[in-house]
Design a protein around this ligand. Sequence first.
Ligand SMILES: O=P(O)(O)OC[C@H]1O[C@H](OP(=O)(O)OP(=O)(O)O)[C@H](O)[C@@H]1O
Ligand SMILES: Nc1ncnc2[nH]cnc12
Length: 200
Amino acid sequence: MRVTPTDHSQMPPAIQAPGLATQYGDAAGLQRASALISTTPDFPAPGVLFRDVTPLLADPRVYREVLDAMAEPFCADDGAPGFDLVAGIEARGFVMAGGLAAASGTGVLPIRKAGKLPNPQVTVEYGLEYAEAAVESSGDLTGARVLLVDDVLATGGTLRAAHTVVERLGGTVVGSAVILELEELKGRTIVPACHTVFTV
Ligand SMILES: O=P(O)(O)OC[C@H]1O[C@H](OP(=O)(O)OP(=O)(O)O)[C@H](O)[C@@H]1O
Ligand SMILES: Nc1ncnc2[nH]cnc12
């Protein structure tokens, strides 16, 4: 199965985020990125084709190019980010959230897997392709515009749960972005406006 760049023709016009690199060129950089997403059959359970973006994080050009592509629709013409916080979902979403927040001059809201926080204010349970899980967080997000980020959109349960967490803490979700959408798992049906860099 081939990993192909997402068709952005139906999406909002691309806008450059402040401080995010463009010098590597979209097509070439994203081409390199897709080659660095690994595919492992039967992990973590029989029948699951596991997609791992971890290898692309180690390539500084590709990492930067992917961050740039994730941020594009959420920044204004003058480059100002249309969000105050980037909410990253544990664990690989943290890596994207940190990079995006640093590049755009915003902050990070870590959305943790269950059992990691001593006194979470909000817990939301959901189902994955291969497990049941829950996400948790704390904080007063009143007035905060929050961009949700993760590595993969599969069934969409994780992003939808994270959206609920942010709203229960008083924040407003301005959108969500992932590196890779696994189309056949139909996450888009419950996270319809998710911005994706690649689709497979
Ligand atoms: O769209 P969904 O069906 O909800 O699946 C997407 C989630 O699955 C993976 O996380 P996983 O729970 O495997 O955890 P990890 O990031 O800690 O590896 C991935 O990192 C997303 O968070
Ligand atoms: N097949 C898959 N690969 C990577 N992350 C996932 N999350 C849910 N399903 C996944």
